[in-house]
Write a protein that binds this ligand. Structure first.
Ligand SMILES: [Zn+2]
Length: 176
């Protein structure tokens, strides 16, 4: 008996609260506006916009001009190339020492000589490709996993350079 009364009361209250069609219309409008967040659209565009902002033309021109100079003028024979301050001050080799001579040898196809002088010019191409791919993946997916991979790769490069800088100054390596 009492349960019956309760249910009839509830159905009545729903009707009393105002026009039910107006309420559902308002709820529909709210749902529709919530389904179109404008933030998502600008977020999707930002990776490509960031890529276009980088002066690729200037970077390519500098690379071509630098390669032309290095191809024509051997850093081992010409004194106008910048000297390594770290090497002048400490007598030790930094990770970049010998890089210009190694690039010169590489441009002339002397791969073994280039590797012995400094392996970085040979490794730079593949390393940049992997780095660019990871960066692209991170910007497009925005997933935690891709961010972790990009960060781990950056640390791998930094630690690798540090270890290379230490190993190449070990007595056994310097005799060579
Ligand atoms: Zn150096």
């Amino acid at each position: 008996m009492s349960a019956n009364q309760n249910s009839s009361n509830i159905s009545q209250r729903g009707g009393v609260g105002g026009n039910p069609t107006d309420q559902s219309k308002q709820a529909d409008d709210k749902r529709r506006s919530a389904a179109q967040p404008p933030v998502l659209v600008t977020d999707q565009r930002s990776p490509r916009a960031g890529l276009l902002r980088f002066p690729w033309g200037a970077g390519l021109l500098m690379t071509v001009v630098g390669a032309w100079i290095l191809w024509h003028f051997d850093p081992g024979a010409h004194g106008f190339y910048p000297r390594c301050t770290f090497h002048q001050l400490t007598g030790w080799q930094c990770p970049g020492c010998g890089g210009l001579r190694a690039t010169h040898a590489l441009l002339h196809g002397r791969v073994a000589e280039s590797w012995n002088l400094n392996p970085l010019p040979i490794l730079t191409g593949p390393a940049l490709l992997i780095g660019f791919w990871l960066w692209h993946l991170q910007r497009m997916t925005k997933s935690d996993k891709s961010q972790l991979w990009a960060r781990a790769y950056l640390w791998l490069v930094v630690v690798g350079l540090l270890i290379f800088g230490i190993v190449r100054n070990l007595p056994s390596q310097r005799i060579r």
